[in-house]
Design a protein around this ligand. Sequence first.
Ligand code: NI
Length: 392
Amino acid sequence: MQTTVTEHSAEKVREQVIQWRRYLHQHPELSFQEEKTSDFVYDTLHSFGNLLVTRPTKTSVMARLIGSQPGKCIALRADMDALPIQEENTFSYASQNPGVMHACGHDGHTAMLLGTAKVLSEMKDQIKGEIRFFFQHAEELFPGGASEMVAAGVMDGVDVVLGAHVLSTLEIGKIGITYGPMLAAPDVFKITVIGKGGHAAHPHQVPDSVAIAAQLVTNLQHIVSRNVDPLDSAVLSVTQLISGTTHNVIPGTAYLCGTVRTFTPELREKIPQRIEQIVKGITEAHEATYEFTYEKGYAALINDEKITKTIEASIIEIFGESAVEYFKPCMGGEDFSAYMEKAPGSYITLGAGNAAKGITNPHHHPRFDFDEAALDNGLKILLHSTLSLMNQ
Ligand code: NI
């Protein structure tokens, strides 16, 4: 019955969702600057009726659908921002905004959630509890829009939160789910080695910041290989090393920065402590000093088992078992985790690549694209899962 309702509802908005997506694709806006995008979303949501539409922050939008019977509050989230990339696609709806492109599919997420909101708003009489729709700004740029929306109170009273991301590296028709840890907490470290500048012909006279920095790059690798349980996951990469100006000067300082990615709060606490111990020990040993800062990024994204199980059941009911892809956790990050710090939820991936149609470019590529059929699949899953969770 629910599957029939889902099919029927999806059918009604299918073309409209694609039109919305193409409009948004033509008019991309950067993180924290989603002014026209959020106006468009606000006006579109308003036109549906039955929704209480507000702006939690300057460029985000929230719509609330209050059901006619009591029940849970389920929140669905889409992100709306684009990237500073010059689009190289030549299709008719390519970006009209030079240097800005929807190269991650957030145009699709926004359109898909508008479609879901339209369908559900027309089912108000059957809704128990409340369904909230988050149209979030700034997923691509730290500190991210999710934490701002949470601070604005959007999660107050929410029992379950769901999100979905199209994925061009997953073939169309597949829906990815992950039980438990899915995406890591991406943190940033910055180190300045402070030696003393001098003549390259007299290395015995000054601490050499370059030689010390080289030791650090090597020794920091020991944290993951020697201090992390091999059955846990962590990444530590030095991604920037800047020092020196010419061949005959020992530079006074060397700057290193990089990323640390972890899943557990324990490792997230331990690794920066180990970094600083190593930096302190090596710089002291070589008669230099240091500055060290550690910036915490998004929290790790950990999916709730029970909610994920409900989504899996929806996928099987609509598309059959073969559509389920058990998506391997990866060390990327997502600010969706900010919502999950307030309520349990699940984040899924929607297969959106299509080798037969030549849709194979990775996300953030100037010719990124996705198969628009993924939006229809995603809408059905969101709709079906929401109704299942509502009736549990
Ligand atoms: Ni994205």
